[in-house]
Ligand binder design. Structure first.
Ligand code: GDP
Ligand code: MG
Length: 443
C-alpha cells in the first residue's frame, strides 16, 4: 500500500492543497498540512468525490438546465438571458443557417434549437393576455364554464402547387353552397367563408394556403384545423406540394388529399398516390391513413365527397370553443376601404365579437362599429370559427395580428400605443446597428 502527500494529490487533481485537506477532513481523515501523507486508497476516494462533483457541475451547465423565456425574443435579449455575448450567439445562429441581426426577433422554434445547442432546455412563459395566446390555451382556459364550451366549425386551408387548382376549388366549394336566393347576388370576398354541409359548417380560408401557414403561423397564430392538399393528376407532386406537406406536418394538421383535374385525358391519379407514399402519406385504399379524393374542381365533380371527408376528419379532432366570453381572433387580411375606412377580415378563434366591443390588433385599435359576414350582410355578432369583416379600427392592422377585446377604449388604446412605442424603439435601434455596421465596412 503506497502513500501520497497531500500537495501531490492536489496537483494531480488540479486543486489547491487546502481544498484537498477540506475533502479529507470531510472523509474523517485528520490532516492539516499539505505535507501530510494519505493512503492511496483514501486518495482514490478523494479523486472519486472530486470527479463526481465535476460531473454534477457539467450536468447543470449543459444537461438539464431549464431556462424560462418569453415566446419571442430578440437575439440581444436571448443572449442576455443566457449570459452569452450577442456576437457569439449570432455566430451560433449562423452555424444553424440562420442569419440574424442583433435586434431580430427569434421564434419559439429557433430559440429552442439554439438553446439545445448550448445544452439548455427551454420552457416558455405562458403568455400574458395582452400578448395574445396560443389557440389551445385560449380554448382550454381554466376560467371557462364547461357549459359554455361548444363544438365549433373546422377551419380549413387549401394548399398545393401553383396551377393545381386551389382557386378553382375554393370557388367551386363556395358556389356549390350558395343557396338559391343568394345565387344571383354577388358574394362578398373577405378572404374567408363558411359553407354548410348537411347542417355542419366548415370555414375555408381563402388566403393563399402557404401564407396561412407561414406568415400567420410565424406570429404564433395557428389558424388551420385541416389542410386540403390539392394535386393536379396530370402533373403530380411538385415542389410546392412538398412544401405544403412539410408545413402541415410541422403544424401537426391533418391532411386530406384532393387529386384534381381527373377530367383530363392525361390524368394519372394512381401515379399521384404512388408519389405521395414517398412523403409518408399512404392512401387509405393502400392500407395507410391518408384520405385521397379524386375531384374535378373545374367540372365540380366529387366536391361533396371531399367536403364530407373534411367533416369526418374534423369530427375526430373534437374542435371546441367557448362562445360566451370576450372574443379573440386572427386578422386574415385587411385593407383601407375608401368609404368605410380600415376593414379587417378576422377569423374569430374563441368567444363572441359584438358591436361596441373595444378591440386591439397589433398596432391598431378601436371599437367595433359594424360586422359584415361572408355574404356581405351586416351582423350583430360573430362566434368561434366565423370569418367576419370588422369595421372600426383606427388604422389598418396586418394579417396575422391577433385581435383581442379588452375592458374599454382606454385599455385598447394604451396597449396599441405601447406597442407602437416598442416598435419605434426597435426600428430606431435597428437603424443604429446598420450605421455601425456601415462604419465597420468602411474601416
Ligand atoms: P391555383 O394556382 O392553384 O389557384 O390554380 P387555379 O385554380 O388558378 O387553376 C389553374 C388552371 O387549372 C386554370 O386554368 C383552371 O381552369 C385549371 N383547372 C383547375 N381545376 C381543374 C380541373 O379540375 N380540370 C381541368 N381540366 N382544369 C382545371
Ligand atoms: Mg390561385
Amino acid at each position: 500500500m503506497g502513500k501520497i502527500r497531500v500537495y501531490k494529490l492536489a496537483e494531480d487533481l488540479g486543486l489547491e492543497s487546502s481544498e484537498v485537506i477540506d475533502i479529507l477532513n470531510e472523509l474523517g481523515e485528520e490532516v492539516s498540512s499539505h505535507m501530510s501523507t494519505v493512503e492511496d486508497e483514501t486518495a482514490d476516494l478523494v479523486a472519486e468525490m472530486v470527479n463526481e462533483e465535476a460531473a454534477e457541475d457539467t450536468k447543470t451547465e449543459s444537461g438539464d438546465d431549464v431556462i424560462e423565456l418569453e415566446t419571442s425574443l430578440t437575439v440581444k435579449e436571448l443572449a442576455e438571458e443566457m449570459g452569452e455575448e450577442p456576437n457569439s450567439l449570432m455566430q451560433e445562429l449562423v452555424g444553424l443557417g440562420i442569419m440574424a441581426t442583433i435586434n431580430q426577433e427569434l421564434d419559439e422554434e429557433t430559440i429552442e434549437t439554439v438553446l439545445a445547442e448550448y445544452g439548455y432546455e427551454v420552457e416558455f412563459k405562458t403568455e400574458e393576455e395582452e400578448e395574445g395566446t396560443s389557440y389551445n390555451e385560449l380554448v382550454q382556459d381554466i376560467d371557462d364554464d364547461p357549459e359554455d364550451i361548444e363544438e365549433r366549425a373546422p377551419v380549413v386551408t387549401v394548399m398545393g402547387h401553383v396551377d393545381h387548382g386551389k382557386t378553382t376549388l375554393l370557388d367551386a366549394i363556395r358556389e356549390t353552397n350558395v343557396t338559391e336566393s343568394e345565387a344571383g347576388g354577388i358574394t362578398q370576398h373577405i378572404g374567408a367563408y363558411q359553407v354548410d354541409v348537411d347542417g355542419e359548417k366548415i370555414t375555408f380560408l381563402d388566403t393563399p394556403g402557404h401564407e396561412a401557414f407561414t406568415s400567420l403561423r410565424a406570429r404564433g397564430a395557428q389558424v388551420t384545423d385541416v389542410a386540403i392538399l390539392i394535386i393536379a393528376a396530370d402533373d403530380g407532386v411538385m415542389p410546392q406540394t412538398v412544401e405544403a406537406i412539410n408545413h402541415a406536418k410541422a403544424a401537426d394538421v391533418p391532411i386530406i388529399v384532393a387529386i384534381n383535374k381527373v377530367d383530363k385525358h392525361n390524368a394519372q391519379p394512381e401515379r399521384v398516390k404512388q408519389e405521395l407514399t414517398e412523403y409518408e402519406l399512404v392512401p387509405e385504399e393502400w392500407g395507410g391513413n391518408t384520405i385521397c379524393v379524386p375531384i374535378s374542381a373545374l367540372q365540380k365533380q366529387n366536391i361533396d365527397e371531399l367536403l364530407e371527408m373534411v367533416i369526418l376528419v374534423s369530427e375526430m379532432e373534437e374542435l371546441k370553443a367557448n362562445h360566451d366570453r370576450p372574443a379573440n381572433g386572427v386578422v386574415v387580411e385587411a385593407e383601407l376601404d375608401k368609404g368605410r375606412g380600415p376593414v379587417a377580415t378576422v377569423l374569430i378563434k374563441n368567444g363572441t365579437l359584438k358591436i361596441g366591443d373595444p378591440i386591439v390588433a397589433g398596432l391598431s385599435y378601436g371599437t367595433v362599429k359594424a360586422l359584415v359576414n361572408d355574404q356581405g350582410e351586416r351582423v350583430k355578432k360573430a362566434g368561434p370559427a366565423m370569418p367576419v369583416g370588422v369595421l372600426g379600427f383606427n388604422s389598418v392592422p396586418q394579417s396575422g395580428d391577433l385581435l383581442q377585446v379588452l375592458e374599454d377604449e382606454r385599455e385598447v388604446r394604451k396597449l396599441a400605443e405601447r406597442r407602437q412605442d416598442e416598435k419605434r424603439q426597435e426600428d430606431l435601434s435597428q437603424k443604429k446597428t446598420v450605421t455601425l455596421d456601415d462604419l465597420y465596412d468602411q474601416i
